[in-house]
Design a protein around this ligand. Structure first.
Ligand code: SAH
Length: 244
C-alpha cells in the first residue's frame, strides 16, 4: 500500500505580493512577509520561493538579500500563467465572524471568482470588515495555488443586489427548488445563500421574481448558511465549473 502522503505537500513557499512581477524584477517584501520567510520558515539568501501578484501568473524568485527585518527577492522566471477561475460569484448574507472567515477561506480554495456580502432583513452581522476578508482570501490563495485573488465586493442590500444582477442567479432555497444536480449550467453565474434565519417571505418572492433566478435545492437537510454556500459552490464546480 502506498504510504499516506505527508501533509502539507512539499512545495516551495508561496506568497502574494503587491508588486507587479516580471523577469529580472526585484521585490521588497513587507515586514510581516520578511519575518515569515526569514524567522518562521528560516529561509536565507539563495532560497527559492514562488510569488504571484494576482495578474501575471506565478513566478519563481530567489532571496537576494535577507536582513533582520527586510528581505529582497529577485524574480527569475514564470512558472505558471494566470489561471482563469470559472465565472461564478458567491453572494452570501454575512454570518458570525468565525463562520464568515471560514466561508471566505473555503470559497477562495474552491475557486469563486468574486464574493459579495449581501445584507438581508434577517442578517445579524451588519458590519463586514473587508480588509480582514481580503487577508483571509490572500492566505487561502497562497496556500491553494490560485494565481488570481477573488474580488471581494462592498456589502450591498438585497434589493440593490437583485436590481444590479445580470447573471444567472442560483438561489439556494431550503423550501425547495430544482435539484442542484441538474440546475447548474456553465456560464456567468451567481449563487445566492441566505442568512441563518433564512430569507423573509417577501425576500424569497422578490428573488424568485428576479430575471434569471433559478431556485435550487441542496437536498433534504437544512444546512447552515456557510455549509450551504460551500456545498453549492462545490456542486457548481463539479457540474459546470472546472472539476469536469
Ligand atoms: N432558518 C432557516 C434556514 C436557513 S439556512 C430555516 O430554519 O428555515 C441558511 C441558508 O442556507 C438558506 O437561506 C438557504 O439559502 C441555504 N440552505 C440551507 N439548506 C438548504 C437546502 N437544503 N437547500 C437549499 N438551500 C439551503
Amino acid at each position: 500500500m502506498p504510504a499516506t502522503p505527508a501533509w502539507p505537500p512539499k512545495s516551495l513557499p508561496r506568497l502574494f505580493v503587491r508588486t507587479a512581477l516580471g523577469e529580472g524584477g526585484r521585490v521588497e517584501l513587507e515586514p510581516a512577509q520578511a519575518n515569515y520567510f526569514g524567522n518562521v520558515l528560516r529561509l536565507g539568501e539563495g532560497a527559492e520561493v514562488l510569488l504571484f501578484d494576482g495578474v501575471s501568473g506565478e513566478w519563481l524568485a530567489r532571496i537576494a538579500e535577507a536582513g533582520k527585518k527586510r528581505m529582497a527577492l529577485s524574480v527569475e522566471r514564470r512558472t505558471r500563467e494566470a489561471e482563469r477561475v470559472p465565472d461564478v460569484w458567491l453572494a452570501f448574507a454575512p454570518v458570525k465572524r468565525a463562520q464568515t472567515d471560514w466561508l471566505v477561506e473555503k470559497a477562495t480554495e474552491l475557486g469563486a471568482a468574486k464574493l459579495l456580502p449581501v445584507i438581508t432583513q434577517r442578517t445579524i452581522v451588519e458590519r463586514v470588515k473587508l480588509e480582514r476578508l481580503e487577508v483571509i482570501a490572500i492566505e487561502a490563495a497562497e496556500q491553494c495555488g490560485r494565481t488570481v485573488l477573488p474580488e471581494i465586493a462592498e456589502p450591498v442590500a438585497l434589493v440593490a443586489f437583485l436590481k444590479g444582477n445580470e447573471r444567472t442567479l442560483y438561489f439556494a432555497d431550503e423550501s425547495g427548488g430544482e435539484a442542484a444536480a441538474t440546475a447548474f449550467k456553465p456560464g456567468a453565474a451567481t449563487i445566492l445563500i441566505g442568512p441563518e434565519g433564512g430569507f423573509t417571505p417577501d425576500e424569497r418572492a422578490a428573488i424568485r421574481a428576479a430575471p434569471k433566478a433559478v431556485a435550487i435545492s441542496l437536498g433534504p437537510r437544512i444546512l447552515r448558511a456557510e455549509t450551504a454556500a460551500l456545498a453549492a459552490l462545490a456542486a457548481y464546480m463539479a457540474l459546470a465549473g472546472d472539476w469536469r
